[in-house]
Design a protein. Structure first.
Length: 157
């Protein structure tokens, strides 16, 4: 799996164009609980704005066709795109199951932040902080060796 940087807000367009060229592209999204007008609303948000993950083996056609997509800025690690490590690959596939958005986490606070269900069950070690008031959990992940923080909505039990 490789990563292209794209213009923020154009991730879905870039993903769609890469799909149309016959490659698998992933954009991590999640349902985010947001407070608006005194009510909690569900809103779809991109977890890593400006990044599209391409889940295909690298070859010249992929390199040049993805780079030519309108909205793509560059390959991460330009010149020679670097493949994600096995742990990074597993995590990105985990948070993009069938390219569907992640639902809010179900976290059991009585048992040391255990995630009750969903694709992140068993990955509690990646949670670095929780905010009960805003119903958020922050995870730390690595992409090509650089740490990134992801903020996900959560229900606490």
């Amino acid at each position: 799996m490789y990563v292209v940087q794209c213009m923020t807000g154009r991730e879905a367009e870039v993903q769609s164009e890469i799909f149309s060229q016959g490659y698998v592209a992933r954009v991590p999204t999640a349902v985010r609980l947001e407070r608006c007008g005194g009510k909690w609303l569900d809103r779809l948000r991109v977890l890593m704005p400006g990044y599209v993950f391409i889940d295909s083996p690298m070859h010249d056609d992929l390199y040049h066709s993805a780079k030519a997509v309108d909205g793509v800025i560059r390959w991460l690690n330009p010149g020679q795109p670097m493949q994600l490590t096995e742990d990074e690959l597993v995590f990105i596939r985990c948070i993009t199951p069938n390219n569907l958005p992640l639902l809010p986490l179900e976290i059991d606070i009585a048992s040391a932040r255990k995630v009750r269900n969903g694709p992140l069950a068993g990955l509690e070690h990646k949670i670095i902080s929780v905010d009960w008031h805003s119903r958020r959990a922050t995870l730390c992940i690595s992409v090509l060796g650089q740490a990134h923080k992801l903020t996900l909505s959560a229900h606490f039990h």
